[in-house]
Design a protein around this ligand. Structure first.
Ligand SMILES: Nc1ncnc2c1ncn2[C@@H]1O[C@H](COP(=O)(O)OP(=O)(O)OP(=O)(O)O)[C@@H](O)[C@H]1O
Ligand SMILES: [Mg+2]
Length: 297
């Protein structure tokens, strides 16, 4: 794919610029345009130091006094309302809360995909507000994997090219054994030559999961990665993510509406009306379900 990447990606950027993504129209180079396409959304969070066994571990990402306000005056929406949260290295954290509570905003902010109205975001020890656009792009490309609520696959690329894209942008290729393992576990081996329009919704989501995991980033943010999957495929992906955390110390932050999906995590952070309202360790499906019921939605 290396030789054809530039042209194909530029074509993809142009296609997206005809759509509803204003960021793309601001891109000045192919690589940057693609990054912007992939970033075409918003945020993340976490409020306080996590409890229990994670209390003394280094955060892979954190938000400090984060506010995100959309609009002005009477129509202003506080998508994040004074959120401070840490995502521990080597932990699998789930974010739950009612629709519109700010989960995606939190994820996108933590991943440096969207700017806060005020407050600070750190990836490791790096304060994102101190980075130039170029350095922020580089940091996202090398340290962060993001699985979007909408898959954000590039329509003109095959499944394999979509999976390789984040690495290709940096002039690299995935480790062949990692690529083979991820593709095998996600059941994509016989779909690699197909474009997104030739894949089912579940298959597209699995390509998006593979794309985020194949570069083995320091932290993976996943916005409802199993929301469009049947329960068996969803369970396989969750088990895969859980093993990545337990076996190789991958850090994962995942938004989900599903208490069973959340039970795969080490910790659940509950969000409501832009604020973090609870923090649960070693969640079970029943405990998460009971906590969600309290939101009354
Ligand atoms: N670009 C935007 N402009 C204005 N308001 C926005 C924008 N993006 C999000 N919001 C608002 O911010 C709030 C939080 O949105 P967000 O997408 O973070 O919610 P969510 O918890 O991810 O919801 P869901 O579970 O439905 O995905 C909502 O009230 C939403 O309408
Ligand atoms: Mg969302």
């Amino acid at each position: 794919m290396a030789e054809s990447t530039g042209g194909v990606l530029l074509l993809a950027a142009v296609e997206y610029s005809r759509g509803s993504r204003p960021e793309v129209s601001r891109c000045t180079t192919t690589a940057r345009g693609l990054i912007l396409i992939m970033m075409g959304m918003t945020i993340i969070d976490i409020p306080t130091t996590p409890p229990g066994r994670f209390a003394h571990q280094r955060p892979a990402a954190r938000l400090e006094d984060a506010f995100k306000i959309y609009g002005e005056g009477d129509s202003a929406v506080r998508a994040l309302d004074n959120v401070s949260v840490e995502f521990t290295t080597g932990a699998f954290t789930a974010i739950m809360g009612p629709s519109g509570s700010g989960k995606s905003t939190l994820m996108h902010s933590a991943a440096g995909l969207d700017h806060l109205t005020s407050g600070r975001v750190f990836i490791g020890d790096t304060d994102l507000s101190g980075l130039s656009d170029r350095d922020l792009t580089l940091l996202r490309r090398t340290k962060i994997g993001f699985i979007f609520q909408a898959f954000n696959l590039i329509p003109t690329l095959t499944a394999a090219e979509n999976i390789e894209l984040p690495l290709a942008l940096g002039g690299n290729r995935p480790d062949p054994s990692t690529f083979a393992r991820v593709v095998e576990v996600l059941g994509l081996s016989n779909r690699l030559g197909h474009r997104p329009s030739e894949l089912s919704g579940g298959q597209q989501q699995r390509v998006a999961v593979a794309r985020a995991l194949v570069s083995e980033p320091e932290i993976v943010f996943a916005d409802e990665p199993t929301g469009n999957l049947d329960s068996r495929t969803g369970a396989e992906i969750l088990s895969f993510m859980q093993r990545a955390v337990r076996d190789v110390g991958q850090t994962i932050v995942m938004v989900t509406h599903d208490p069973t999906a959340a039970s795969y995590a080490d910790r659940v952070v509950f969000v409501n009306d832009g604020s973090i309202v609870d923090d649960m360790l070693e969640p079970t499906t029943d405990a998460v379900y009971d906590r969600m019921k309290a939101f009354g939605r």
